[in-house]
Design a protein. Structure first.
Length: 150
DNA sequence: GCCAACGTTGGC
DNA sequence: GCCAACGTTGGC
Protein backbone atom coordinates (compact mmCIF):
# COMPACT_ATOMS: atom_id res chain seq x y z
CA UNK A 1 0.00 0.00 0.00
CA UNK A 2 1.22 3.47 -0.88
CA UNK A 3 0.80 6.78 0.88
CA UNK A 4 0.07 10.17 -0.65
CA UNK A 5 -0.73 13.77 0.14
CA UNK A 6 -3.35 15.74 -1.76
CA UNK A 7 -4.20 19.41 -1.49
CA UNK A 8 -7.64 20.93 -1.57
CA UNK A 9 -8.90 24.41 -0.92
CA UNK A 10 -11.39 24.01 1.93
CA UNK A 11 -13.76 26.37 0.13
CA UNK A 12 -13.89 23.77 -2.63
CA UNK A 13 -13.73 20.65 -0.50
CA UNK A 14 -12.74 20.51 3.17
CA UNK A 15 -12.11 17.43 5.30
CA UNK A 16 -15.33 18.29 7.13
CA UNK A 17 -17.27 18.31 3.86
CA UNK A 18 -15.70 14.98 2.92
CA UNK A 19 -16.67 13.57 6.33
CA UNK A 20 -20.27 14.63 5.72
CA UNK A 21 -20.40 13.25 2.21
CA UNK A 22 -18.41 10.12 2.97
CA UNK A 23 -17.19 9.52 -0.57
CA UNK A 24 -16.49 12.09 -3.27
CA UNK A 25 -14.82 12.36 -6.62
CA UNK A 26 -11.40 14.01 -6.44
CA UNK A 27 -11.32 15.88 -9.73
CA UNK A 28 -9.98 19.03 -11.33
CA UNK A 29 -6.31 18.05 -11.20
CA UNK A 30 -4.74 19.89 -14.14
CA UNK A 31 -1.05 19.24 -13.78
CA UNK A 32 0.61 16.32 -15.50
CA UNK A 33 2.89 15.30 -12.67
CA UNK A 34 0.00 15.32 -10.22
CA UNK A 35 -2.17 13.42 -12.71
CA UNK A 36 0.52 10.78 -13.12
CA UNK A 37 0.52 10.23 -9.37
CA UNK A 38 -3.27 9.83 -9.44
CA UNK A 39 -2.79 7.09 -12.03
CA UNK A 40 -0.29 5.31 -9.80
CA UNK A 41 -2.76 5.07 -6.94
CA UNK A 42 -4.35 1.80 -5.87
CA UNK A 43 -7.63 1.16 -4.07
CA UNK A 44 -6.89 1.22 -0.36
CA UNK A 45 -4.01 3.68 -0.54
CA UNK A 46 -4.24 6.37 2.11
CA UNK A 47 -3.49 10.06 1.79
CA UNK A 48 -3.14 13.12 3.95
CA UNK A 49 -5.84 15.66 3.21
CA UNK A 50 -4.13 19.06 3.06
CA UNK A 51 -6.00 22.36 3.30
CA UNK A 52 -4.42 24.98 1.03
CA UNK A 53 -5.07 28.66 0.27
CA UNK A 54 -6.88 29.22 3.55
CA UNK A 55 -6.31 30.87 6.94
CA UNK A 56 -4.73 27.73 8.42
CA UNK A 57 -2.85 25.74 5.76
CA UNK A 58 -1.96 22.24 6.88
CA UNK A 59 -2.89 18.57 7.06
CA UNK A 60 -6.46 18.20 8.27
CA UNK A 61 -6.91 14.44 8.25
CA UNK A 62 -6.70 11.17 6.37
CA UNK A 63 -8.73 9.73 3.54
CA UNK A 64 -8.55 6.61 1.42
CA UNK A 65 -8.50 5.93 -2.30
CA UNK A 66 -11.71 4.14 -3.28
CA UNK A 67 -11.26 3.69 -7.04
CA UNK A 68 -8.48 3.48 -9.55
CA UNK A 69 -8.00 6.59 -11.68
CA UNK A 70 -10.61 7.14 -14.40
CA UNK A 71 -11.21 9.92 -16.96
CA UNK A 72 -12.12 13.18 -15.20
CA UNK A 73 -15.64 14.12 -16.35
CA UNK A 74 -15.18 17.77 -15.38
CA UNK A 75 -12.78 18.15 -18.32
CA UNK A 76 -15.72 17.46 -20.68
CA UNK A 77 -18.27 19.66 -18.91
CA UNK A 78 -18.51 23.17 -20.43
CA UNK A 79 -20.13 24.41 -17.22
CA UNK A 80 -17.26 23.18 -15.07
CA UNK A 81 -14.51 25.41 -13.85
CA UNK A 82 -12.19 22.59 -14.92
CA UNK A 83 -13.49 22.32 -18.49
CA UNK A 84 -10.72 21.68 -21.01
CA UNK A 85 -11.53 22.45 -24.65
CA UNK A 86 -8.89 19.97 -25.79
CA UNK A 87 -10.47 17.04 -23.97
CA UNK A 88 -12.88 14.69 -25.69
CA UNK A 89 -14.67 11.59 -24.43
CA UNK A 90 -12.39 9.49 -26.63
CA UNK A 91 -9.26 11.33 -25.60
CA UNK A 92 -9.47 12.85 -22.14
CA UNK A 93 -6.03 13.62 -20.75
CA UNK A 94 -7.19 14.17 -17.18
CA UNK A 95 -7.87 11.71 -14.39
CA UNK A 96 -9.94 11.58 -11.22
CA UNK A 97 -10.26 9.14 -8.34
CA UNK A 98 -12.98 8.59 -5.76
CA UNK A 99 -11.96 9.03 -2.14
CA UNK A 100 -13.46 8.09 1.23
CA UNK A 101 -13.14 9.96 4.50
CA UNK A 102 -11.17 8.14 7.13
CA UNK A 103 -10.15 10.46 9.93
CA UNK A 104 -10.30 14.14 10.81
CA UNK A 105 -7.46 15.31 13.05
CA UNK A 106 -8.43 17.11 16.24
CA UNK A 107 -6.15 19.92 15.14
CA UNK A 108 -4.82 20.83 11.72
CA UNK A 109 -1.12 20.00 11.48
CA UNK A 110 0.02 23.39 10.31
CA UNK A 111 2.52 23.88 7.54
CA UNK A 112 4.89 25.66 9.90
CA UNK A 113 4.90 22.65 12.21
CA UNK A 114 5.59 20.30 9.33
CA UNK A 115 8.49 22.49 8.20
CA UNK A 116 10.05 22.19 11.64
CA UNK A 117 10.39 18.42 11.32
CA UNK A 118 13.85 17.47 10.06
CA UNK A 119 12.44 14.05 9.16
CA UNK A 120 10.15 15.73 6.65
CA UNK A 121 12.84 17.69 4.80
CA UNK A 122 12.41 15.51 1.72
CA UNK A 123 8.63 15.86 1.60
CA UNK A 124 7.78 17.79 -1.56
CA UNK A 125 5.19 19.83 0.31
CA UNK A 126 7.80 21.65 2.39
CA UNK A 127 10.24 22.26 -0.44
CA UNK A 128 10.69 25.78 -1.65
CA UNK A 129 8.50 26.70 -4.56
CA UNK A 130 6.70 23.35 -4.67
CA UNK A 131 3.13 23.71 -5.88
CA UNK A 132 2.41 20.08 -6.62
CA UNK A 133 -1.12 19.19 -5.46
CA UNK A 134 -0.70 15.40 -5.45
CA UNK A 135 2.50 13.86 -4.13
CA UNK A 136 3.86 10.62 -2.70
CA UNK A 137 4.64 10.23 1.01
CA UNK A 138 7.09 7.59 2.22
CA UNK A 139 6.09 5.19 5.01
CA UNK A 140 8.67 6.91 7.23
CA UNK A 141 7.21 10.36 6.53
CA UNK A 142 3.73 8.96 7.05
CA UNK A 143 4.68 7.64 10.50
CA UNK A 144 6.29 10.94 11.49
CA UNK A 145 3.20 12.92 10.53
CA UNK A 146 0.83 10.46 12.23
CA UNK A 147 2.95 10.94 15.33
CA UNK A 148 2.24 14.67 15.23
CA UNK A 149 -1.50 14.10 15.26
CA UNK A 150 -2.86 13.55 18.74
C1' DG B 1 14.00 23.58 -29.51
C1' DC B 2 14.55 28.03 -27.23
C1' DC B 3 12.73 31.23 -24.27
C1' DA B 4 9.85 35.39 -23.14
C1' DA B 5 5.37 36.25 -21.73
C1' DC B 6 1.67 34.87 -19.36
C1' DG B 7 -1.36 32.47 -15.99
C1' DT B 8 -1.66 29.89 -11.70
C1' DT B 9 -0.55 28.39 -7.09
C1' DG B 10 -0.45 29.29 -2.53
C1' DG B 11 1.84 31.30 1.62
C1' DC B 12 1.98 35.42 3.92
C1' DG C 1 -3.63 42.05 -2.08
C1' DC C 2 1.20 40.95 -2.92
C1' DC C 3 4.49 38.38 -5.06
C1' DA C 4 7.86 34.38 -5.64
C1' DA C 5 8.06 30.32 -7.97
C1' DC C 6 6.57 27.39 -11.19
C1' DG C 7 4.22 25.35 -15.48
C1' DT C 8 2.40 26.28 -19.99
C1' DT C 9 1.96 28.60 -24.29
C1' DG C 10 3.28 30.16 -28.58
C1' DG C 11 6.29 32.93 -31.71
C1' DC C 12 10.38 32.35 -33.98
Amino acid sequence: MAYWLMKSEPDELSIEALARQGEVRWDGVRNYQARNFLREMSVGDEFFFYHSSCPQPGIAGIARIATAAYPDPTALDPDSHYFDTRATAAKNPWSAVDVVHQRTFRHVLELGLLKQQAALDELQLVQKGSRLSVMPVTPEQWAVIIGLAT
